[in-house]
Design a binder for this molecule. Structure first.
Ligand code: SAH
Length: 377
């Protein structure tokens, strides 16, 4: 059982932690010490904190705790991809994936138990939604990944060089906690990742994109998946609230707030006969022409009863070439960790659905026709 009377320090930002120590009548530098112990040295208890007096350790033991999520299982795929199933408070599980590539290690972190957005091709969405993760549960995933390589030494910390908020959930629907956790990822006394190496991915929650640019400076990925509103309304239902034109304007506003030159990553999960046709490529090239961006094509990763298929390699190649000719930097994401179900859109965890979506048995393939209608604009 969790002891809810204790204050969990794990998800606190440096400022919050300084406030906490002030409140209990201690000096602010204690916050920095404890921060380093938790995030740089991986301490699980105050007793390990040898540069803190015994009396303060006892005080902390009585009223505070360091509590992250727990590992249920760890799978390692042939290509080195690791997937953890992680139990969070209340018994639900989320998934975290580490993708090593050369001297980089990209950690794909979850922000919610399930997801409320119900994108038609995403298995997380099909699970329904349970709740937001706490900042401790989000940053705890980073700690778990690093600690799985042994002691939290500087060498082991390099196993995670990049974090992408691309696991389960829509990070911008869990704004405050995700922002706190991302602050910790970039904090020198915690994980010290550069702002270019922390990326938030969103399906396009426009007002929250604007708010994000006001409070933190991370890189942004946008899950576009369709070049026109008719098709995007079906694939990414939040498009009905914030259509493509508004989403593109929000991307421009976000980039304008950054103090360096960066681009938005546009994600485009590609499904055979749905959004992979030459006309889609032409529409997309036109749409992205004026946005500083790079396009990342994600060939659809299948899951049971998805109703969609991955396009043939030639269709992807043709699409990519059209984008290149239009001057848009385009990469095709190599599928990683497939045999352990760790690829994009395959993360399901164990979600007790509160939206009753899973009970409704919505036909998975909705109104998607092989030839999507022309752009509305
Ligand atoms: N909700 C956020 C974060 C999730 S990121 C967002 O939408 O951006 C996960 C990425 O994988 C998104 O781009 C998502 O659209 C994509 N994805 C979901 N299901 C997929 C599938 N079955 N195959 C390939 N990509 C998928």
């Amino acid at each position: 059982m969790t002891d809810t009377s204790k204050t969990n320090l794990l998800g606190m930002t440096p400022a919050q932690l300084a406030g906490y120590f002030q409140d209990i009548g201690e000096k602010p530098f204690r916050a920095t010490q404890v921060l380093k112990w938790m995030h740089q040295l991986g301490a699980e208890s105050f007793d390990e904190m040898t540069n803190i007096s015994k009396s303060l350790r006892e005080k902390l033991n009585a009223q505070a705790e360091i509590r992250g999520p727990e590992i249920v299982s760890q799978d390692i795929s042939k290509d080195g991809t690791r997937k953890w199933v992680i139990r969070v408070d209340g018994g639900s599980c989320v998934e975290t994936v580490l993708i090593p590539e050369g001297d980089r290690g990209t950690l794909c972190v979850s922000s919610q138990v399930g997801c409320s957005l119900n994108c038609s091709f995403c298995s997380t969405g099909k699970q329904g939604f349970n709740r937001n993760l706490s900042a401790a549960e989000i940053i705890g995933q980073v700690r778990i990944a690093i600690k799985s390589f042994g002691a939290m030494s500087p060498a082991n910390k390099r196993v995670v060089t990049n974090v992408v908020m691309m696991g389960m959930g829509e990070p911008l629907m869990n704004f405050e906690r995700v922002v706190s956790a991302m602050h910790l990822m970039m904090e020198d006394n915690a994980y010290g990742l550069s702002k270019r190496r922390v990326t938030l991915s969103t399906a396009g929650v426009v007002p929250a994109m604007d708010k994000l640019g006001d409070v933190i400076d991370v890189s942004m990925a946008v899950s576009l998946h369709a070049p026109n509103d008719e098709l995007r309304d079906v694939l990414v239902p939040i498009n009905k609230r914030y259509p493509i034109k508004e989403l593109m304007a929000a991307c421009h506003r976000y980039l304008a707030k950054l103090d360096d030159k960066r681009v938005i990553t546009i994600e485009y999960t590609m499904m055979a006969g749905v959004n992979d046709l030459p006309e889609h490529a032409k529409q997309l090239a036109k749409l992205l022409k004026t946005l500083p961006c790079k396009l990342n094509i994600i060939p659809f990763n299948p899951f049971p009863n998805s109703g969609y298929e991955r396009p043939k390699a030639e269709a992807i190649e043709h699409f990519k070439n059209t984008m290149h000719k239009a001057g848009i930097r385009t990469t095709v994401r190599r599928t990683r960790g497939e045999e352990i179900d760790a690829a994009c859109g395959q993360l399901v965890g164990m979600v007790e659905d509160r939206t009753r979506r899973t009970a409704k048995l919505i036909p998975v393939v909705q109104q998607v026709t092989p030839h999507s209608p022309a752009a509305r604009h």
